[in-house]
Design a protein around this ligand. Structure first.
Ligand SMILES: [Zn+2]
Length: 254
């Protein structure tokens, strides 16, 4: 599943390709992916200029004049491609054509909302990179104290922090030296502070590396795809926690 760094890299690619461009047409091949229809938006958005693409957690919000919006979530398998409008790509579920030349292709399964219909956006916790003023150490410490869930689940809870999924939760916990099975409310002040730094540093550096790679590449992560811990050489534990694959180093994390 694309997580915050990958969605942010996609946001930058879309903005750099289409910002200030005019949306000339769109078609959606699989009706099921439209989660909210709004006639006014669908009718009036054609011919409008793309002002910006914002991101909240794993959602992308395309902003047009007069508060016209399209919101996109890539779900588990959604991908995208920027190509010539006539390009034939496999598994296209939506195509947004800009300036009559190039198009944003949304591939596989994604969700699209026209207008303001994304209730989930209102329930999202702070995005550590897009909303640093909301994602403070004080906020994290207070949220930790209220939750008895395992710390990995806590990090993946979009209502607490927006944008982190299973893979980046593992990386952040490795960087903090905290086991994924610990209870959120049990973390010490020092651990909470390490966790706070790790959330920001890990996501920031992952955005940089993903953008630089020009494709989705997780080879720089400490646990993903590795047998042994990079730091101490101990065999990495590969288990399941709350139904999600979970990796950790039993020696560096406690
Ligand atoms: Zn280790």
């Amino acid at each position: 599943m694309p997580e915050l760094p990958e969605v942010e890299a996609r946001r930058r690619a879309i903005e750099s390709a289409f910002k200030a461009g005019t949306l000339t047409s769109f078609d959606i091949d699989k009706k099921g992916i439209v989660k909210h229809e709004n006639e006014r938006v669908q009718k009036h958005i054609i011919g409008e200029t793309l002002l910006s693409v914002d991101r909240r957690g794993k959602y992308l919000i395309f902003e047009f004049p007069d508060a016209l919006k399209i919101t996109l979530h890539f779900g588990l398998f959604g991908e995208m491609e920027i190509a010539g409008r006539e390009e034939k790509l496999p598994s296209v579920c939506a195509r947004f054509v800009f300036d009559d030349k190039r198009a944003l292709f949304v591939l596989k399964w994604a969700s699209i909302w026209f207008g303001m219909g994304v209730e989930d956006l209102e329930k999202l916790g702070p995005d550590p990179l897009a909303e640093p003023e909301r994602f403070t150490l004080k906020y994290l410490v207070s949220s930790l104290s209220k939750k008895r869930t395992k710390i990995k689940q806590f990090l993946m809870d979009q209502a607490v922090i927006a944008g982190i999924g299973a893979v980046y939760a593992d990386e952040i916990l490795f960087q903090s030296g905290v086991l994924p099975t610990r209870s959120a409310h049990d973390l010490s002040g020092a651990e909470a502070s390490r966790l706070y730094d790790a959330v920001q540093k890990t996501l920031k550096s992952a955005v940089k590396k993903t953008v630089a790679a020009g494709r989705e590449d997780r080879s720089f992560l400490s646990l993903e795809g590795r047998e042994n811990c990079l730091v101490c050489g101990t065999k990495i534990v590969n288990t399941r926690l709350a139904g999600r694959r979970t990796l950790y180093c039993p020696s560096c994390q406690n």
